[in-house]
Design a protein around this ligand. Structure first.
Ligand code: KIV
Length: 421
């Protein structure tokens, strides 16, 4: 008890106040360490979790869901460690992330979550219970009235521990009756919930449908204007990012995401996709929405998560895949050599990625003469006319058989002394 009083009476840092009140600011809730770690085989040690949490703080996410403390003593210890170290590390701008722990709607889970996060300067308990008919009937075996009572009582219980920041999630909201959602959400707001997270737990909804659900919850839930509405979209139909953006366009001001999109089954909305979509199109097409993420740290954070979890990022993954800024076709390469904006809507610099080759050009069977000439110039060979024609034909013949031509391959093609610089 004394620890909790001590932590909660500490002066809270000033947390970039314009963001809190700014209706265009979208909070990034990162759940890599909780939902992300639920990816099969992605188990992390406490030390790895701490490293990732530090990196997430550098990235500037608003909330770090550090774990599910009741799940195991290790998880509880990791959450405590993150709360102590990352949750008290205030930067020069007064920024320190909220540290959050997950709990089902029961006292033991909530006690464990509070035990995990209470040493953070900005602790949050995130509690959830299922609200879809299919979950209430087959999993919980409870009626709507019983579920409402449990949710209300457990949110009030979490508040009674001294935690001022409570998030509530009606699990499987995407398949729940909207009228029932308004009812349960109204009750948890009255009990003290400060964020209402709307999970599309099985990735079932379509973007327009999910956006409408968020808009309807905001319009029909009494008290919704006093709390933050959040999205949590799974990727079972490959729609997690689209659904998240649709939620934000319809009034959600917190989005739950993971690095590289890792998570249960097909994963979650990916942080890098959601953040870069908002950065790239938010001002123009989403009424000026923006986030506080320092995007230049995205590439390093993505790599750390991939290395630590062993979940390899596919080469064509948006934003962080190895091919995301590589150009192979001749037409694209010609455009890139003239002006990068022809085929790139964001720059690798934006996510802190240093390109091995400044042009981003990959030489392969689709490459054209212009790209080959440019690469040869970078290597010190000035070829024109028939010399260039000749090497280009030989290059094409090799490229038919080889996926990528490296500089060594070009050097080998040029070994005839007529081509020596
Ligand atoms: O997918 C889900 O419903 C969740 C909740 C706990 C937010 O992970």
């Amino acid at each position: 008890i004394s620890l909790s009083i001590q932590c909660n009476t500490q002066k809270r840092p000033q947390y970039v106040p314009h963001r809190i009140d700014d209706p265009h600011y979208v909070r990034i809730f990162d759940t890599t360490l909780r939902d992300g770690e639920q990816s099969p085989g992605a188990t992390l040690t406490s030390k790895e979790k701490l490293d990732i949490a530090k990196q997430l703080s550098k990235l500037g996410v608003d909330i770090i869901e550090a774990g599910f403390p009741i799940a195991s003593p290790d998880d509880l210890e990791a959450v405590k460690l993150i709360a102590r170290e990352v949750g008290n590390d205030v930067n020069d701008d007064g920024y320190v992330p909220v540290i959050c722990g997950l709990a089902r709607c029961n006292k033991a889970d909530i006690d464990a979550a509070w035990e995990g996060v209470k040493q953070a300067l900005r602790p949050r308990i995130h509690t959830f219970i299922a609200t879809s008919e299919i979950h209430m009937q087959y999993k919980l075996r409870k009626s709507q009235d019983e579920v409402v009572k449990i949710a209300r009582d457990m949110v009030a219980y979490a508040r009674s521990l001294g935690c001022e920041d409570i998030e509530f999630s009606p699990e499987d909201a995407g398949r729940s009756d909207p009228e029932f959602l308004y009812r349960i959400l109204e009750e948890v707001i009255k009990a003290g919930a400060t964020t209402l997270n709307i999970p599309d737990t099985v990735g079932y909804t379509l973007p327009e449908e999910f956006g409408q659900l968020i808009a309807k919850i905001k319009a029909n839930t009494k008290g919704a204007d006093k709390v933050i509405i959040s999205t949590h979209c799974q990727n079972d139909l490959g729609l997690a990012t689209a659904n998240t953006l649709s939620g934000a366009a319809n009034g959600a001001r917190q989005v739950e995401v993971t690095l590289n999109g890792i998570g249960e089954r097909a994963g979650n909305a990916s942080l890098e996709e959601v953040v870069m979509a908002i950065k790239c199109r938010g001002r123009e097409r989403m009424s000026g929405l923006y986030t506080g993420v320092q995007t230049k740290h995205i590439a390093a954070t993505s790599k750390m998560v991939a290395d630590y979890t062993g979940m390899v990022v596919q080469p064509h993954k948006a934003i962080v895949g190895a091919n995301a800024f590589a150009h192979e076709s001749g037409i694209h390469q010609d455009g890139m050599l003239k002006f990068k904006g022809t085929y790139e809507i964001i720059s690798p610099d934006d996510i802190g990625l240093a390109r091995a080759d400044e042009s981003g050009i990959v030489l392969g069977k689709h490459s054209g003469r212009h790209a080959l000439k440019s690469r040869l110039q970078q290597l010190g060979y000035e070829l024109e006319g028939s010399e260039l024609d000749d090497i280009f034909h030989r290059f094409k013949a090799v490229a038919e058989k080889k996926k990528k031509l490296l500089d060594e391959d070009l050097e080998a093609l040029l070994s005839d002394e007529v081509f020596q610089p």
